[in-house]
Design a binder for this molecule. Structure first.
Ligand SMILES: Nc1ncnc2c1ncn2[C@@H]1O[C@H](COP(=O)(O)OP(=O)(O)OP(=O)(O)O)[C@@H](O)[C@H]1O
Ligand SMILES: [Mg+2]
Length: 598
């Protein structure tokens, strides 16, 4: 959680970063340059039509204002007026349709790229992140890309062009005074907009942050539905979310207040500017310098000028937000994974399947050492068991073997190859695991088993399910293999989930097997059956088995007793019993509890 949260609490991005992120967008545009050019063409035509409308309007009014009006306004003028309006809206829509592909393809590419990157990031990142906040960053980041592309191409550029165009017409047709008034109006409009937008930015950011926070709290309380109910904490959850929303409410009200101030200020500047120009135009008409048509055209041009300017305030704000969102996503993309493939790393070769831990030291955090001087070998095709109290570091051994973390000292080698010097993909492919807490996808039972190996046939999946003694369950379920297992597999019992995990490991069929409390959720009878099947599956495979119940590992070639991060005893079951140490004591205790009953 710390990282993503800290990130959003950072002050809004520096301008240099923002500009750099903005500049990075060019690839998305360049890849589609043909389409972008067409869209820009449509845009120019639309703007041209737009600016011509007031000029044509002048012709119409002037035609009506002359003696010739008795004959009627030339029909073609009226028709042209209509056609220009139509062209303006037609080209605008065409532009949007052409550009839609560019925008959406860019969103798609960015989202997939980010997802891949998130998968590459290390377990440590994922243990610390907040899923809710992360998925929001992803979503907002992708839509901010679309916003930025859109604005860059269709707002900032065209508004500038239109401004210059209108200003040019006014200066050449109507002289310096008009231009001066308009210049003053435009400059004060833009200055006011930027100043006020910057001032209220912080409120908006804060309001957004509080909203996300409230959202996260609500979602979290729903994810933990059962826990909330066990402790009757519905009121507490509602109050927690409400407290955040109260702050959000205040902040949002303030943000609306400042928005209204912004809008009103803009309106005032426009009103003053238009009035001043109209006064000038009216004087011109009275002096006979300007026609009535000129007056109408000037008014229309002005309104047309301020319409996009008005929009500019919104654009400015949205671009700032979009850049901030984008920056969060870029920040994610810039995080380098902690565990990476060495440059040019070859795939792992497992001709024999020997696993060696050589004087391995490990700490998750520098202050707290978890494993110290762990040194053992699992000969090819043999089984080594690790037993020991909770928190001793047993599952940590497995995480190190899978290279979710790198060892702090010593090394882990498979058939003589340091696992840091081969590709992670090949390493993980060669090891099958039944994890301590199996978590499933919210899909069908079949999908969840077949997940272990892409391209597994129906027969193979069914055979694996049989080995894991899942066939009885499948027969009982009305929808059999097609049953949906619920989020994280919560619609299955603990033992059923564990059997799915076993079926997965069997289906994966790797030369090295890891069982982390593989049968801890099963009752003794089911356990005996599955153990027999697992023994068969593990025959001739190198096996690392972790267990609480010693009865499940008596057949291991070697048993390590791990306590406080070091191996305190090791040997075969017989040897350890004869030794009369920790293992022998544990064994007696568990025997007394009733032979094998949990
Ligand atoms: N990501 C982590 N960051 C910091 N400490 C961790 C992390 N994961 C585990 N630990 C700590 O490392 C120690 C060993 O954990 P591990 O999961 O290896 O224990 P274990 O022997 O498998 O216990 P159990 O039998 O209960 O499964 C524990 O004290 C745990 O608190
Ligand atoms: Mg464990």
């Amino acid at each position: 959680m710390a990282h993503s949260l800290r990130h959003s609490e950072e002050p809004p991005e520096t301008n240099r970063r923002a500009l750099r992120n903005f500049w990075a967008l060019r690839h998305y545009l360049w890849d589609y340059r043909g389409r972008v050019a067409l869209a820009l063409g449509a845009l120019i035509l639309a703007k041209g039509a737009n600016v011509s409308v007031p000029l044509l309007l002048k012709e119409v009014v002037d035609a009506l204002d002359t003696e010739a009006a008795a004959i009627g306004v030339p029909l073609f003028l009226l028709a042209a007026y209509g056609a220009l309006r139509l062209a303006s809206s037609g080209f605008t829509e065409l532009r949007d349709v052409l550009f839609a592909r560019v925008r959406h393809r860019a969103m798609r590419r960015l989202t997939v790229r980010t997802l891949r990157h998130l998968h590459d990031l290390s377990l440590r990142f994922h243990l610390e992140r907040r899923t809710g906040a992360l998925s929001r960053d992803l979503e907002r980041g992708a839509s901010s890309l679309s916003t930025l592309l859109n604005f860059a191409v269709f707002s900032i550029l065209p508004v500038t062009v239109e401004l210059l165009l209108v200003a040019g017409i006014l200066v050449t047709q109507y002289g310096g005074w008009f231009a001066a008034v308009i210049l003053v109006a435009v400059v004060s409009f833009v200055g006011f907009t930027i100043a006020l937008s910057n001032w209220r930015m912080q409120d908006r950011v804060q309001a957004n942050h509080l909203e996300s926070e409230a959202n996260n709290q609500a979602v979290e309380s729903l994810i933990n539905y059962e826990t909330v109910k066990y402790f009757g904490n519905e009121d507490h959850e509602a109050a927690r979310t409400d407290a955040t929303l109260r702050d959000w409410e205040d902040m949002a009200v303030r943000a609306q207040g400042s928005l209204s101030l912004l809008n009103f200020g803009q309106g005032a500047i426009v009103a003053l500017g238009v009035t001043a120009v109209l006064v000038l135009a009216a004087q011109g008409v009275r002096a006979g310098d300007l026609s009535l048509g000129d007056l109408v055209a000037v008014n229309a041009l002005l309104l047309q000028l301020f319409l996009p300017l008005n929009f500019l305030g919104t654009v400015y704000r949205q671009v700032r937000y979009a850049l901030a969102d984008m920056d969060r996503l870029v920040g994610l993309l810039e995080r380098t994974p902690e565990v990476t493939d060495a440059p040019g790393a070859p795939p792992l070769e497992v001709p024999r399947g020997e696993v060696r831990f050589e004087q391995v030291d490990f700490a998750y955090e520098p202050e707290r050492s978890i494993l110290r001087d762990i040194d053992f070998t699992i000969p090819p095709g043999r089984k080594v068991a690790v037993v020991g109290p909770s928190g001793a570091g047993k599952s940590t051994l497995v995480r190190l073997l899978f290279r979710f973390f790198d060892v702090t000292g010593g090394r882990i080698a498979i058939d003589g190859q340091d696992i840091r010097e081969v590709t992670q993909a090949s390493l993980r492919e060669r090891i099958a695991i039944v994890p301590q807490d199996a978590v499933l996808f919210n899909d069908t039972l079949y999908y969840n088993i077949a997940y272990a190996r892409e391209g597994a046939t129906r027969e193979e999946v069914e055979a694996a399910a049989r080995v894991a003694h899942l066939d009885g369950l499948v027969a009982d379920l009305p929808q059999g293999f097609e049953t949906l297992v619920g989020e994280r597999g919560l619609k299955l019992s603990g033992g059923e989930k564990q059997r799915v995990a076993i079926a997965r490991a069997v289906l994966k069929g790797s030369p090295i097997l890891v069982f982390d409390e593989a049968t801890s959720s099963l009752d003794s009878r089911a356990e005996q059956g599955i153990l027999a099947a697992l023994r068969e599956a593990a025959a001739n495979r190198t096996t690392l088995a972790i267990a609480h119940r010693l009865s499940t590992v008596v057949d291991a070639d070697r048993i390590l007793v791990l306590e406080g991060g070091t191996v305190v005893e090791s040997g075969s079951h017989r040897e350890l019993l004869d030794h009369g140490g920790v293992y022998a004591r544990l064994w007696r205790l568990q025997q007394e509890e009733g032979s094998g009953v949990r």
